[in-house]
Write a protein that binds this ligand. Structure first.
Ligand code: G4P
Ligand code: MG
Length: 178
């Protein structure tokens, strides 16, 4: 059975504070974030409390298949920078998502954004799963992760229908079960 782990909003806020410190210590100064919705929205908003830069958004959806491996042709744009906002043109942008899993969605979004003529592109994720990746990030993308995690299924608080039960699971037995 796949192992599962639960993180509270508090756990996530603390990891994002560490992620923000890594971003602030990097040589590139980012002008704006581009959140990948839906999973990147709440992390980007919390990061803004530390980075104080505006948030733009793109939204994708991943269509599950029977196949074991994830592939880029199953990623769809739901909403994009279309038209591109003048205030973003030629700027340094930090793309934000919640989890670096297979990297298929992330690589798709970064390849598409690379066509937009930004100066520097950074990629920031809350959780970096330690596992073989099925896509690679474009060269010249600066990568940041809040923390590394094992290849377990993560239950995020924003997916919870019962947040009190979620928080109990996050607090119990270090938040994971088999
Ligand atoms: P990656 O490039 O960021 O590694 O993502 P990948 O394509 O591998 O993931 C496909 C979808 O699966 C993404 O949702 C991602 O958030 C979700 N996912 C992967 N691992 C986990 C996990 O451990 N827990 C949860 N809750 N989700 C996971 P998406 O299609 O982007 O949907 P959305 O929720 O962002 O709207
Ligand atoms: Mg997502």
């Amino acid at each position: 059975m796949v192992k599962k782990i639960w993180y509270s909003y508090n756990d996530i806020h603390l990891v994002l504070q560490e992620l923000a410190a890594k971003i602030k210590n990097a040589p590139v100064k980012y002008d704006a974030m581009i959140a990948i919705g839906g999973g990147g929205f709440i992390p980007a908003r919390i990061l803004r409390s530390f980075l104080h830069i505006p948030i733009y958004a793109v939204t994708t959806a991943y269509y599950e298949s029977e196949q074991e491996s994830k592939t880029a042709d199953r990623v769809r744009k739901i909403q994009w920078l279309d038209p591109m906002n003048d205030s973003l043109r030629g700027k340094n942008v930090l793309v934000v998502d919640e989890v670096d899993d297979s990297r298929v969605t992330m690589a798709f979004v970064l390849q598409e954004l690379a066509k937009e003529g930004f100066n520097e592109i950074g990629m920031a994720v809350l959780h970096e799963k330690i596992k073989p990746k099925q896509a690679s990030l474009p060269e010249n993308v600066h990568y940041f992760s809040g923390t590394t995690v094992p290849d377990w299924w993560i239950n995020y608080p924003w997916d919870a229908e019962d947040i009190e039960a979620h928080n109990r699971l996050a607090a119990d037995s270090q938040g994971f079960i088999d």
